[in-house]
Structure formats: C-alpha cells, structure tokens
Design a protein around this ligand. Structure first.
Ligand code: KG4
Ligand code: ZN
Length: 348
C-alpha cells in the first residue's frame, strides 16, 4: 500500500505491507518537513503549505517507491489522507492519489488523518481491539474508544485549544518560534516546574474533557507580570507550563480509562498518538498512570507519532482488508470528525 500525507506542513509518502495475519511492515517512509518555510510566520501558512506539497510530492512518491523496490503495478492500493486538515494540501495529496489509482487501475482508499493516528499502534505493536486512544496533536486532543476499524467512540475532547496548540502558543508568546512543542520541552528541562502557580483546568471531572486556553492565558499573565524575562524566567515558565499539562494529562486520562472500563471493560492498551506523544515528560506521566492501572501503554516511536505517510498507508491497508475502498469522486474534507468515519459493512 502506498500512503500519501499532505494535511498540514509535512509532505510524506510511504510503502507499507500488511500480511494476511494483520502484521505490518514499513518498506519505506519519507517525510519532508516544511518547518523552515513557515518559521518566519510563526505558524503554518496554508497557501505556502499547499504549494510546497505540489512541488515535493511527485519526487517523494518516486523516492518511497524506489526505496521499497516497489512498482506501481504491484501495489494493492493507494491511500491518501482525505482530511481533516488544511484543504489546499489535502486536495494536492488526494488528487495525486486519484490520478495514480486511475492510471494504474488500483483501488483508492481515502483515509481520515485521525483514524491513521488511531491505528498506528496496530502497525507498530499489533495491539488488538478494543483499546483506549489518547490523540494529542496540534489540532486535536481526544480520548477515544477504538473498538474496530472504523469503530471509534469519542469519550473526551478539548473544549478549546488542543495540547499541541497550547505548546505552540506558549512558545510563541515567549518568543521561542514554531513549532513550539519540542522547544518548550527542551527549555523545561532546565526550569523550575513549581515557580509559577498555573491552573489545572477540568481536574476531577468525570468526563475526560480538556480545556487549555485558560492555561495559556495564565502563562501570558505571569510573563507580563515579571517582564522583562531572563533566560531562567523563560525556562521556569516552560517548566511550570509543562508541569500543568502533565498534571492535567494524568488526571484526564485517569478519568478516560475509568470511563472506558465502565463501558467496555478494561482496554487492551492505552495508546498515545499525535505529535504531542513525542514529549518525553508526557510519556513518563502516561507510563506512571498505566503502571498504576495495570494497563499496557503503547506509544509509537516519535517519527510515527508526528505526521507521516506510513500511518496513512497502514490505515489504508486496514480499510482495504475490511473491504472498504473509495470511488474516485470522493471529496477532500477540511473537517472530518473521527466518529463520522464509516465502518466495516457500511460501504462497498
Ligand atoms: O500530529 P502532528 O505532527 O500534527 C498535527 O497537528 O496533526 O502534531 C504537531 C503538534 C504541534 O503542535 C507540536 O508543537 C506538537 O505536536 N509537538 C510537541 C512535541 N513535538 C511535537 N508538543 C510537546 N512536546 C513535544 N516534544
Ligand atoms: Zn497529525
């Protein structure tokens, strides 16, 4: 399966194999980050992203095919992320996939980007359904019951900012640049996590929901209060912010696992996915929580947590195996909630 990812600021293509027993193998996985093109603007500029995808994608696919020693004729399917994401980029990836599928008479699979994050742990660890997913990226912060391919029940969601967005906005207001997650994490390592008293929103609520915009505002108010900021002040703000996130993640995921277990019995694992799962401090927190709850924690390696083509190819392979393919007329979608993804048997 060829997988194409162009929903945000990474252009990516990969070849993945899924054997009849459901085991996966990555044959190639090439990611081209556009970070440099967007850095000067402090965030992703949709029009620049779409044009950069157009320029890079053909060559990237050729590279992925060559590295996997694969020819178009030997593909069983071609998958592209059809949303949710920046619509210009989604159109580039999906249209390219359609053209290849048409020319090579190969089935097309239009993959939901969030579904691809959700299924990655089956590629890396072969985890069985059902499992609890913690999806934390720049655009999403959700707790999901993954019950099967195409069977996703939303247990909790953010009311405002996503966790990655909170990292990015905090970095921006401290003048650290984009993308903020890795920068805040690096500086936090040298800071005092207890210097500033920041809020832990939604703590102790039963539903595993998040609210993070107040936290970001609290960081801004503290920064303004003590301005001008020394390097140590910035490190302390980063550390205190990250500590508030960690405490929130621990409490909210504990609520999520409790709700999952009440409804479906104990999950086979807690799976963390999305760019934020690359954060070591957050990983350690999830490890502590799952050790206490005696639940297996699965976190794909960072390269498979952030956006990549292998996760799209894998989700495509899982859908193809379930008999789910798409017509060439399938539309790109800027918005496409995970719960709206069609499941096995609902389509031909
Ligand atoms: O999944 P992803 O690559 O793209 C989507 O948003 O779909 O996630 C990117 C997000 C960004 O907000 C970035 O700041 C955040 O993940 N991120 C991190 C870390 N690495 C990436 N956040 C915290 N700590 C990190 N180490
Ligand atoms: Zn993503």
């Amino acid at each position: 399966m060829l997988g194409i990812e162009t929903t945000c600021d990474e252009t990516a293509a990969a070849i993945v194999e899924r054997d009849p027993a459901g085991r996966g193998r990555i044959l190639s996985n090439i990611v081209l980050s556009q970070t440099d093109e967007h850095a000067a603007f402090g965030g992703v500029v949709p029009e620049i992203a779409a044009r950069a995808h157009v320029e890079a994608l053909d060559l990237l696919i050729a590279q992925a095919m060559a590295e996997a020693q694969c020819e178009f004729g030997s593909l069983d399917g071609i998958a592209a992320a059809a949303g949710p994401g920046l619509i210009g980029g989604v159109i580039v990836g999906l249209t390219t996939a359609k053209a290849l599928a048409l020319v090579h008479r190969t089935p097309l699979v239009a993959v939901n980007h969030l579904e691809a994050h959700a299924l990655t742990a089956r590629l890396t660890d072969g985890v069985e359904f059902p499992y609890c997913l913690f999806l934390a990226s720049g655009g999403h912060t959700q707790v999901v019951a993954v019950r099967g391919v195409g069977e996703y029940v939303l247990l909790g969601n953010t009311m405002d900012d996503a966790i990655g967005e909170a990292f990015d906005k905090t970095a921006k207001l401290l003048g650290l640049g984009y993308p903020g997650g890795p920068k805040v994490e690096r500086l936090a390592a040298n800071g005092n996590p207890h210097r500033f008293a920041l809020p832990r929103p939604m703590q102790y609520r039963r539903e595993p929901d998040f609210s993070l915009s107040g936290l970001k505002t609290a960081v801004r108010l503290e920064a303004e209060r003590i301005a001008p900021l020394s390097d140590q002040d910035v490190a302390d703000l980063c550390a205190s912010f990250q500590q508030a996130i960690i405490d929130t993640v621990y409490d909210r995921l504990r609520a999520g696992l409790r709700l999952f277990t009440e409804r479906y019995g104990a999950p086979n694992a807690l799976v963390a996915a999305g760019g934020v799962a690359a954060n070591q401090a957050i990983r350690q927190t999830l490890q502590r929580l799952t050790d206490e709850s005696r639940i297996r924690l699965l976190v794909p390696p960072p390269i498979l947590c952030t956006d990549n083509g292998a996760m799209i190819a894998w989700a495509g392979a899982e859908r193809l195996a379930a008999g789910l393919t798409d017509e060439l007329g399938v539309a790109p979608r800027a918005r496409w909630p995970l719960e709206a993804v069609a499941h096995a048997g609902s389509r031909g």
